[in-house]
Each structure stands twice: as C-alpha cells, then as structure tokens.
Design a protein around this ligand. Sequence first.
Ligand code: SF4
Ligand code: SF4
Length: 356
Amino acid sequence: MVESTRARSDEPQSDPDKAGALAAGPVPVGTPTVRPAFDDDHPPSAELISDCVHCGFCLPTCPTYTLWGEEMDSPRGRIDLMKAGLQGAPLSDTMVQHFDACLGCMACVTACPSGVQYDKLIEATRVQVERHHTRSPGDRAMRAAIFALFPYKKRLRALRGPLRAYQASGLPSVVRKSGLLDRLAPKLAAMEGLAPVLEKREKLPERVPAAGTRRAVVGMLTGCVQGEFFPGVNAATARVLAAEGCDVIIPRKQGCCGALSVHNGRQQEAESFARSTIDAFEAAGVDTVVVNAAGCGSSMKEYADVLADDPDYAERAKAFSAKVRDVSEFLADLGSVAPRHPLEVTVAYHDACHLG
Ligand code: SF4
Ligand code: SF4
C-alpha cells in the first residue's frame, strides 16, 4: 500500500546507528517546540528494542532491504529509528517513510536469533505514527478511501457489480497498456493491477454439517475482503472442514477482524472490530475459531494485546485468542479421515508469512 519515493542505493549501508541518526534528523536538545516522536501511551518498548544486538542476520530476509539495500529499510535500521524516537528525536517525514515502507511481513521475526519481537515494535510504532504524523492531503484521501471501503462487507459487495463489469469489458488491458493510470494515480494503478478476477459469490449457510461422524464443531471467519473478493476460498474451506468431520458454524454477524487496522496503527478502529468479532463468535458458542487468511488469524491471536486496556474485554480477548487456529494448523492437529483422490500435479505451496 505504501509507495516509497526514496533514492535507490546499490550499496548496502552498514552503520545502523549512523543511518538511524540520519533519518531521525538532528535531535533538538533544549528546543521545547519540537515534539519527540512518541508519547507515553504504549510507545515501542525500550526493553524489546534492547534485545536487538545488531547482528544483521535478519537483513537478507527483509524484502525492503534486499530491494533497496538501505539500512533504514531493514529491521535493524527501523529498530534503530525507534530507539532514536524514544530518545527524543522528532517524527520526521523520512523516519515515517521508513516505517511506512515496512511490509509487516515478519520475515525478520523468524530469522532473528535473539528473539526480537519486531511485530510488537512496529505495531506500537504505527499507532504513534497515526497519532502524531500529518500525512499529505493525497495520502490522507487515499487512506480514508481504503479504510472506508475494505473492512466493510456491504460496501465491498456494492463494488463487485461495477468491478465485474469493468473486468468483463476488456478495459483493464487498455488501461494497463496505456500506462495512463500509472502516471495519474500510481497507487490506484497498483490496486487495479492487484484486483482479483471476481468469481461468482457463493452464499454460505450459517451451519455446514459434518460429513459422516462429527469430530468437532468449529466457527469460521469469512472476513471482509476474503468473503467478497475470494468467496471460493471460503466455500472450499467449509467443504474441507465438513469432509473432515467438522460442523462449521459461520456467524452472520461477523465482519472484518480488524487486521488491516491493527497493521496500520488505527488503534480505536482495531479495538472496535476486535470487540465485534469476539461478540459474534462468543454468541456462536464454538470452542475453535478457524481462519483461512493468515494475516487475519495472526491479528486475532493478538486480540489480548489489542484489548489489554479494556476492562470489559481483556479477559474475553485472551480466551478468544486461545481458540483461534489457522485452517492448516487445525487440520494438521485434527488428522485426516476424508477419502483422498490424489491428483497427478506438481504444486507450489506459499507458506504465508504471518502463519510463520
Ligand atoms: S537479527 Fe535480530 S538481533 Fe540481529 S539485527 Fe536483526 S533484529 Fe537485531
Ligand atoms: S516485517 Fe518484513 S519488511 Fe518489515 S522489517 Fe521485517 S522483514 Fe522487513
């Protein structure tokens, strides 16, 4: 979603402290008018930052570092920027640019031998960026449009008709060949290029019964984008679970899980989606909540952190998070009983980063 305008460098920078200081800009000692990057409301944890020993093992796993070779676009460099922010450096545009460019893929988390919890650090940082950084009008408009649309099923559904008509019209190839959208609105062009070819929407019932002997009763998240843009994935997930002996409960009242908001520092919005999701699945009375989108599952496993300060939901969030399983985790634990019909094909498996 974030497009970088940074200068590309072929030579990786190797001095993280220097890089951090450069991006943070001069620290205005004794200048009362310049606000430090972070306030005291859950800034990135100094303790977690101190776990980073600057070894650099994470660097080759970071897509933004391998692409740009820029220390400040590496996990280590970003951690150093957080440290500079904690020490009083202001939240400069450059600093925000490097935080924004982080994909949140968490490849660095599994690569780090020191167990640095970069996921927690970047999430806390993004909340602070949202609170204190003023974006350009164009950026604000784009983000407002994204967050007014993507987490809401009904709005996405309303978009399906026009989008399907556009895709069927042959216009997409004309638009792409002309390069006009790329020049006028590069972010919109990127989104247009990523839009899936919309398949027919299959409406799932509230309960899909187990085939044969029932072995488990599970709730299933249908999500927002997943449900409207990739409905076939949800339908296939329910079929597989049912074939493995699960009653699948699909609460009508569920909506967006809040992952998009969590990953973008939109704290209040994330809390609100988390509460609604907990309400919906508590009412369904299921012991397990199965998710087929790794990013959503990862956020739902963190509801205890998202709602830690909410006295009404903190304990419920912990209990809820303990029930969340990615569909592949769940099926691996359950063991298979459904008859197999092997296909003679070679497939590639994408090991989702948030699942790792
Ligand atoms: S691998 Fe871990 S400790 Fe080493 S630089 Fe990266 S984040 Fe820091
Ligand atoms: S989350 Fe991904 S993009 Fe961000 S610093 Fe870690 S490896 Fe790099």
